[in-house]
Write a protein that binds this ligand. Structure first.
Ligand SMILES: Nc1ncnc2c1ncn2[C@@H]1O[C@H](COP(=O)(O)OP(=O)(O)OP(=O)(O)O)[C@@H](O)[C@H]1O
Ligand SMILES: [Mg+2]
Length: 203
């Protein structure tokens, strides 16, 4: 299978595959996905257990999700990319602007008190805030790989902090989720994502 990314840095995957170079030199797609899945499941338990009143959902926290979840497998875990990246017709944030764009997004999130005060708010207002920031991070796409999953963990920890269950995305097909992501990246429109998140939120 050809790499699904159009990368300037095409040495990232094993030749002719969608498997990133990894510490165990595993080259089979299914094997690597299984390991990633296990690591993510463990991470959910760890990060959920670590949530306390004073947890801050800042950029360092976001990066640490990626680093701590995947550093046993990938040398580049927790590191931002510095090259350009696209999927289909969507071009993500240019490599050279990732640092500055990320600072902006997380400053805005800080001004919103990291969405820590939504336990008693209207769920629709919460969903629209979550969708706005998820859209921003989808368009940023700062890591080499695993952006979707780490972004979802990040918002799952925020909703858990506010007394909600992790967002349930099972009501949406992968294709529809990607469609919503395309709207975010290409048209800066997070309304589809907002509907998905709203349907997936429950206490
Ligand atoms: N064509 C596209 N246009 C815009 N955004 C896209 C497109 N395809 C995927 N995305 C976004 O990129 C994410 C996938 O990025 P990446 O492969 O780095 O993460 P992942 O965790 O491996 O993926 P997934 O979300 O499929 O589990 C998706 O979750 C979605 O947010
Ligand atoms: Mg991927």
């Amino acid at each position: 299978m050809a790499s699904k990314y159009q990368l300037e840095n095409n040495l990232f995957y094993y030749e002719g595959s969608d498997v990133p170079h990894n510490k165990f030199d595993i080259k089979e797609s299914q094997a690597i996905h299984e390991i990633e899945k296990e690591l993510l499941t463990e991470a959910y338990v760890i990060f959920f257990d670590e949530l306390v009143e004073s947890t801050i959902f800042d950029e360092a926290y976001f990066i640490s999700l990626h680093k701590r979840t995947f550093e046993g497998l990938y040398e580049w875990a927790g590191r931002y990319r510095d090259f350009n990246m696209a999927k289909g017709d969507s071009r993500f944030c240019q490599g050279e602007f990732i640092g500055s764009s990320s600072k902006k997004i997380f400053q805005e999130l800080k001004d919103d008190d990291y969405l820590k005060n939504f336990e008693n708010s209207d769920v629709k207002v919460f969903a629209s805030k979550l969708a706005y920031y998820q859209c921003e991070l989808i368009a940023l796409h700062p890591f080499y790989e695993l952006n979707g999953r780490i972004t979802r963990v990040f918002f799952d920890m925020i909703v858990a902090y506010n007394g909600y269950r992790f967002i349930d995305y099972s009501h949406v097909s992968p294709e529809d989720y990607i469609d919503a992501a395309i709207e975010c990246v290409q048209f800066a429109d997070c309304s589809k994502l907002e509907q998905i998140i709203l349907l997936g939120l429950s206490k």
